[in-house]
Design a protein around this ligand. Sequence first.
Ligand SMILES: Cc1cc2nc3c(=O)[nH]c(=O)nc-3n(C[C@H](O)[C@H](O)[C@H](O)COP(=O)(O)OP(=O)(O)OC[C@H]3O[C@@H](n4cnc5c(N)ncnc54)[C@H](O)[C@@H]3O)c2cc1C
Ligand code: SF4
Ligand code: SF4
Length: 430
Amino acid sequence: MSTESTLIKQHVIDPEICIRCNTCEAICPVGAITHDSLNYVVKADICNSCMDCISPCPTGSIDNWRMMPKAKAYSIEEQLKWDELPAELNDAELAAAGGESGDAATTQDSSADAASAASVVSTATASAFNSAQFGATIPPWSAAHAYTNLYGPKAAEKTITATVTGNLRVTEVGKEYDTHHIVLDFGNLPFPVLEGQSIGILPPGEDAKGKPHHARQYSIASPRNGERPGHNNLSLTIKRVLEDHDGQPVRGVGSNYMCDLNVGDKVQVIGPFGASFLMPNHPKSNIVMICTGTGSAPMRAMTEWRRRLRASGKFEGGKLMLFFGARTPAELPYFGPLNNLPKDFIDTEFAFSREEGKTKRYVQDALRDRAADVAALLKDGNTCFYVCGLKSMEEGVVMALRDIAQNAGLDWDAIGGTLKKEGRLHLETY
Ligand SMILES: Cc1cc2nc3c(=O)[nH]c(=O)nc-3n(C[C@H](O)[C@H](O)[C@H](O)COP(=O)(O)OP(=O)(O)OC[C@H]3O[C@@H](n4cnc5c(N)ncnc54)[C@H](O)[C@@H]3O)c2cc1C
Ligand code: SF4
Ligand code: SF4
């Protein structure tokens, strides 16, 4: 098989919806992303399809792929000039361009170049466990329609101004972890949102290079009809970042700006973002929520919407299961209110990894402890799974789901594929 005819799945960025927030370039572990004043682009010869940049991208513009003959991959120079993504090549066009389609195994490159080989479409790559491959990019069939990017660089209105109507600390006072429940009101301006969506906050001021700070993304923690039902407001759950990922002291720009806001302050917002991490709305649909820390925000939104529907007496929901992890109970946002929810409404399992005198327990351990219930839900086509929180949890959680399925005699490859295809397994880790 000649290198000419090797197909690659080339990673490309949609220039029409990218908000140039730099998140992907900052995150990419191999430096595959670069930009000029116009576009953010991916270097085909360096990207190894690790998927690290996918969930953090606030617009989804990074999650685009094009089958290309490796030798004819779009160059950086070409991509930097794009105003829109090129159309996907069909089989005939691919063949004409010097590539072959069909059986992926026949397109495998024999090159020893690890980086290139990883992005070659090949059955050989299937052996490594890649949790991101199971994450759906479409919503479940009964999700409501999500409005996205109503405000932002590409929208008619660049930002919307929100007024802070609440700022409450929701973790124990006096500890290093400091998480706030912040309520933003949009007055009479339209900002329709759904549970599972997020918004971008534009912190005032400039970065070290004298450029305006890029937007910081936060999940919406309230249901579609408002933090206060019938009001045009929403809530966020924001953890103050005071240490970087290496434990070094730092003062996170966006999180500290938000946590220090006073009632009455104005905030510049863009969004909403997200059109796939959305809850099912059909009767008897089950929701399994697996989260850590501020990953609880979308879970709070979904739970509260189901609670309001139940209170209305007009909706018959399915089972709700919540697996919620933190180092200690004191660090868990909304710990008290969650404990007060009726047991016949939501089945909650907490997992604490640093509780004094107790064995470390992570969300994936809690999942395994409830394997029989989780397996039953995996079998049920009415179940949607949502994973949100620390990036480090994602692989362990998806592996736990796989093991639970396999131990119950289920075919994980089939179930995992179906969950993705039906928009029923959603991963949002950051
Ligand atoms: C889809 C999505 C949803 C999100 N939802 C939420 C949410 O609901 N609540 C929430 O609090 N955050 C959420 N985030 C994270 C949020 O967008 C910011 O990244 C976070 O608040 C840090 O921004 P900052 O401006 O304070 O820190 P920055 O000024 O951007 O960073 C300062 C330093 O801290 C490091 N750093 C950044 N974040 C962390 C962290 N969490 N822990 C340790 N070090 C860090 C950076 O690498 C940098 O070195 C979400 C992110 C994504 C992608
Ligand atoms: S998939 Fe991984 S290697 Fe490719 S651009 Fe994204 S972070 Fe970089
Ligand atoms: S993270 Fe997404 S929106 Fe931000 S620069 Fe990258 S592709 Fe664009």
